[in-house]
Design a protein around this ligand. Structure first.
Ligand code: 5AD
Length: 337
């Protein structure tokens, strides 16, 4: 599938004006349909620990947050989530957590191996932050298939405005390159409207994605989180997020592109809008209902007490309403080139 090229000027014109562009949306929806039809892949998200050693200024579970009650699911609890998810049709499990040192390579690789052992037809995605190349290799050898690590911003200065000094864009990039090199289907991404972000930063993000050629791209609006240094910053625009989803789809026809929880939090029909604009993945929450409100990356994050079964049923209905179909499929990256 031919990818579309945008000049910097074209991108600047599109991104300087967040109002929806129906022509762009229609083109992105058409290219998404020609690659993935009307299929929507679902990933079962298991937020398995909210302990984190990092202090990212935007994040509601940063180490410095006092009002967060910390939890760590046991391997048994996590395997239970997978068992439940499997029965609901999930064939990908995403283990997401803060950078929690308790989950060392031995423990995490044993967990990955058990999931793959119990569900050999499923993909395991990890989203546990920056680790050494050796660690990524051990987890890959244990059976992990994919890894999500948003780059957050491709601009060094802006990276420094979002993170404390011990976290660097250089190391983030090292991680992303190691992951891809090892053989993971790799995802990067960024928040839209994070404090200090300019249109030029967004263009750099898109150029980085073009160069890196990830298999997945996660983007969502920045949403302020109480108790963080950015608590009083304005939220990012959902219109601009939706527009970026279309641009990313056009630049990367095959990419796996979620309509994220942040988009669904910012606007009641945000995820539907995302799918209609070119996204093709949704990541419902499979975490036990009692821990969901403790994984508050930002204010008002969707954390209904809904059982996973109810939320999948209502997701299926809302996708059908807009002409899309939730499928039971690993939903691997398809390289049509
Ligand atoms: N608003 C939106 N997204 C956030 N994330 C973290 N904090 C926020 C926030 N306040 C995103 C980051 C991270 C992902 C797991 O969640 O981009 O990579």
């Amino acid at each position: 599938m031919n990818s579309m090229h945008f000049t910097d000027e074209e991108l600047r014109a599109l991104l300087s004006n967040p109002t929806p562009d129906s022509d762009l949306t229609a083109k992105a929806a058409a290219i998404r349909k020609s690659v993935y039809g009307n299929k929507v892949f679902i990933r079962g998200l298991i937020e398995f620990t909210n302990y984190c050693k990092n202090d990212c200024y935007y994040c509601g579970i940063r180490a410095g947050q006092r009002n967060v009650s910390r939890y760590r699911l046991t391997s048994e609890e996590i395997l239970d989530c997978c068992r439940q998810g499997y029965d609901l049709g999930f064939r990908t499990f995403v283990l997401q957590g803060g950078e929690d040192l308790w989950w060392n390579d031995d423990r995490l690789s044993a967990l990955v191996a058990s999931i793959k052992d119990l569900h050999p037809d499923c993909a395991v995605t990890l989203s546990v932050g920056e680790r050494s190349r050796e660690s990524y290799q051990i987890l890959f050898d244990a059976g992990a298939d994919r890894y999500l690590l948003r780059h957050e911003t491709a601009d060094t200065c802006h990276y420094g405005a979002l993170h404390p000094g011990n976290l660097t864009l250089e190391n983030r990039m090292r991680c992303l390159h190691d992951l891809k090199d090892i053989g993971y289907q790799t995802g990067c991404g960024f928040m839209v409207g994070s404090p200090g972000q300019t249109v030029d930063h967004l263009i750099r993000d898109l150029r980085f994605i073009e160069e890196f050629q990830p298999h997945m791209v996660g983007i969502g609006p920045f949403l302020p989180a109480a108790g963080t240094p950015f608590a009083c910053e304005p939220a990012g625009s959902t219109d601009l997020t939706v527009k970026l989803l279309s641009i990313i789809r056009l630049m990367h026809p095959e990419v796996l592109l979620p309509a994220t929880t942040a988009l669904g939090t910012a606007e009641a029909d945000g995820r539907e809008r995302g799918i209609l604009a070119g996204a093709n993945v949704i990541m419902p929450n499979l975490s036990p209902p009692e821990v969901r409100e403790k994984y508050m990356l930002y204010n008002n994050k969707i954390a209904t007490g809904d059982e996973a079964a109810e939320s999948v049923a209502s997701l299926r209905r809302s996708m059908e309403k807009i002409g899309y179909e939730v499928v039971t499929d690993r939903g691997d990256y398809l390289d049509h080139k």
